[in-house]
Ligand binder design. Structure first.
Ligand code: PAF
Length: 274
């Protein structure tokens, strides 16, 4: 595996399918499984490692986000990555220039709680697509709204990339893997899997039961208060329509339960697609 820091050093192998895994580092099994899938499906795999400043809001964890190039490079190499692209901020943003705003699907949930976040994500992902020139790009469904934003941007701008969305990888107790899990204290870590448990029990309660809007509301409120009772501060716990990202009261195919909640200072997100 080669580590590349400069855009002009990126190779563009002819006659090979290029798989791309964009990341911000702090690798865990979720990243590695994307890399392995890319390797299984594509002849040549590029992963990027760039803690993108434009997707962090004031007071968020940009400064303390895990950074360890040596560790991450070893893991990426073992997962079959051919090129690890680790640019500097100046390389990716020689100036604060053009940005990409994806309408509609960025307005609610993560978009509302983290203003500017999706503009930062869309802009860096579009730039990375342009410099890496992949055929297929892999993203984890744990960041469901991010997946919707990137899919929408790729379609709207006719970017010549296939976006491949991959299942969330979890710890054995159900906690979705995230680089931010390392911020959890021991006691918070013990509580954290409750987020997925509430999503599962709500999904079971909502699915195929033809509940009225009021009954759906009651179920969502119950899930929120159960989480708050064990120590979460819930940002949202909602049933949404995946095409619009708006709330829905109909738990049908094409809908998802999405949740974001704080444990102490750590913000966890998770979802279940119905
Ligand atoms: O999911 C992430 O790690 C980031 O949002 C991404 C897609 C690499 C863009 O910086």
């Amino acid at each position: 595996m080669q580590i590349v820091h400069v855009i002009s050093d990126l190779p563009h192998p002819a006659n090979q399918t290029v798989g791309f895994v964009p990341t911000m580092g702090g690798f865990h099994e979720g990243h590695l499984s994307l890399m392995r899938t890319a390797k299984a499906e594509c002849g040549f795999v590029v992963a990027s490692l760039f803690v993108n400043p434009t997707q962090f809001g004031a007071g968020e964890d940009f400064e303390r986000y895990p950074r360890n190039l040596e560790r991450d490079a070893e893991m990426a190499q073992a997962a079959g990555v051919d090129i690890l692209f680790a640019p500097t901020t100046d390389e990716m943003y020689p100036r604060r220039g053009t940005t990409i705003h994806v309408p509609a699907v960025t307005t609610l949930w993560e978009g509302a709680s983290r203003p500017g976040h999706f503009e930062g994500v869309a802009t860096i992902v579009c730039k990375l697509f342009n410099v890496v020139r992949p055929n297929v790009a892999y993203f984890g469904l744990k960041d469901l709204q991010q997946c919707l934003v990137i899919s929408r941007m790729t379609a709207d701008l006719n970017l010549p990339v296939t976006v491949s969305l991959q299942p969330t990888v979890r710890e054995s107790d159900g906690l979705a893997l995230s680089s931010r899990n390392m911020y959890l204290t021991e006691s918070e870590r013990a509580i954290a899997p409750e987020l997925q448990r509430q999503l599962i029990s709500s999904a079971l309660a909502l699915k195929d039961n033809n509940l009225s809007s009021e009954e759906v509301e009651v179920q969502l409120r119950h899930a929120k208060s159960s989480l708050e009772a064990v120590g979460f501060r819930v940002d949202y716990f909602e049933l949404i329509d995946l095409s619009s990202t708006h709330s829905t009261h109909s738990a049908k195919e094409g809908s998802a339960l999405i949740a974001a909640a704080y444990l102490g200072k750590t913000r966890l997100i998770d979802n279940i697609i119905l």
